[in-house]
Design a binder for this molecule. Structure first.
Ligand code: BES
Ligand code: ZN
Length: 456
């Protein structure tokens, strides 16, 4: 009875909710770029204002990096911690955007209505689904749901450097019966998912230096070491011809897919060619002997994210470059140990660097994979609640991306997380023209209202 009133309230409030989201999206809270530190704080203050407006006791909490936002509804009941992040990825290449990334707007597209702007899907639009559900709850019940804590982070897109100390210092305040993390996607447009396993992440940057300056490739080429050539050899040896990663010991701790999970995922009817066709591809390029969802959700990978060195500008330049560099990330699963893999990778690279070159490594974060224990009845209750809202029944799924906080909640707070989100594969997160479907935003808020009603 009251649930349907809350859902009606969310429906009626959608235009205003979209306006609020537009305001939030117009704050350029890019966490990796220190030029935007004041904007990150402004986003934290904006959120604090939203929460206080609802009667939540909320504050901006300083950290050595960007601030956290913490809020409590007070009261009693099963305790729930809701997590999202207010920081966003950089926008470049800016010229590929069809609009100013921080002047968001609702657009009608052939696939439906979307709100477009940086952070629309990752993670501001998702984070707001929960706040909108709370707003409607309060309007109908006359009070906030009891015992809900909010934690909003501003460094998720830059490796969460302040997160672990913050969780350790505030463990008592933040610990809850269950954490709700809204930073993942739907399985497909009609079927929501609860993510039960996430891949971990290891980020490494390799810089190889040769001569003390760029050289003429005719005067010096052949005799002088070329760092770009050295780097290309190294990068080419990271995989074998079947797609296996060649870093020694890399597969230690990688579990085989259990028959139960294989059957569960097999039943989802995922088609690799259809999935790839959404981004202009058609042929799976990973480990040739593994299933598509297995490759995305439960196999580790090594990807070259970027490579630089020499002259890549307009025209042509016969240069023998002094320096070459690559940014490389590893997605990790099971019990793979990021620190052991880092050392093994570095040793392998050092071994291949020519005698006359020097190599330097930069650490870009390391977090292990995480798996959720779904035995808490809240998981099944949430799955049923989601199934009520969406056309197809909710599924337990995996996610290829990484959300290190899920692992820290387990390790530091002893708390399992329900990872539920409403993003779509075509949202272009981390890419130009990011969008969030109005349907995701609307049904997302309705989903949280149902879940809160079901688990408390
Ligand atoms: N929301 C994403 C993670 C994600 C993406 C989960 C797609 C499920 C599906 C998150 O904001 C993110 O991008 N995380 C980074 C890791 C971070 C440590 C930089 C990632 O996965 O690359
Ligand atoms: Zn995110």
């Amino acid at each position: 009875m009251t649930l349907s009133a809350v859902l009606d309230r969310i429906d009626a409030d959608l235009p205003d909710a979209l306006e609020r989201l537009r305001g939030f999206l117009s704050i350029p809270s890019i966490s990796t770029d220190s030029d935007y530190a004041a904007e990150c704080r402004r986003a934290a203050e904006w959120l604090t204002g939203e929460l206080r407006g609802l009667g939540v006791a909320a504050e901006v909490r300083d950290t050595p990096g960007h601030p956290m936002v913490v809020g409590h509804t007070g009261g009693t009941g099963k305790s729930v911690l809701f997590y999202g992040h207010y920081d966003v990825q950089p926008v470049d290449p800016l010229e590929l955007w069809d609009r100013d990334p921080f002047d968001p707007a609702v657009e009608d597209t052939p696939e439906g209505r979307v709100i477009r702007g940086r952070g629309a899907a990752d993670d501001k639009g998702q984070l707001m689904t929960f706040i909108e559900a709370i707003r409607a709850w309060k309007a109908v019940h006359g009070e906030l749901p009891g015992n809900v804590t909010f934690l909003f982070e501003g460094e998720e897109e830059s490796g969460s450097p302040s997160l672990v100390p913050f969780l350790e210092e505030n463990a008592e305040e933040l610990r809850a019966d269950v954490a709700l993390i809204c930073d993942t996607g739907l399985f497909d447009r009609d079927r929501p998912g609860i993510v039960t396993q996430l891949r971990g992440l290891l980020g490494e940057e390799v810089v190889i230096r040769g001569a003390d300056k760029d050289l003429h490739s005719g005067s010096f080429g052949g005799l002088a070491a070329n760092p770009v050539r050295a780097l290309a050899r190294i990068v080419a040896r990271l995989h074998d011809e079947t797609g296996r990663v060649m870093v020694p010991g890399f597969y230690d701790g990688v579990p085989d897919l259990t028959p139960e999970l294989a059957a569960q995922w097999g039943g989802l009817g995922f088609d690799a060619s259809t999935f790839l066709s959404g981004v202009g591809l058609s042929v799976p390029a990973g480990e040739s002997d593994r299933g598509a969802l297995e490759q995305l959700w439960s196999r580790p990978t090594c990807e070259i994210n970027g490579i630089r060195g020499g002259y890549a500008g307009r025209g042509f330049k016969t240069v023998l470059p002094a320096e070459a560099a690559a940014k490389i990330s590893f997605r990790l699963v099971g019990d793979q140990d990021p620190l052991v893999i880092r050392e093994s990778f570095r040793a392998m690279v050092r071994e291949m660097v020519p005698e006359d070159c020097r190599v330097e490594f930069h650490d870009h974060g390391a977090a292990p994979a995480s798996r959720m224990d779904t035995s808490d009845p809240a998981f099944e209750a949430a799955r049923r609640a989601l199934s009520e809202e969406w056309p197809h029944e909710a599924a337990y799924i995996g996610a290829g991306g990484s959300i290190p906080i899920a692992g820290y909640f387990q390790k530091i707070l002893g708390m399992d997380s329900m990872l539920i989100g409403f993003g779509r594969d075509d949202d272009r997160i981390h890419s130009p023209n990011e969008k969030y479907d109005v349907n995701s935003f609307h049904r997302g808020a309705r989903s949280w209202a149902r879940i809160l009603d079901a688990i408390r």
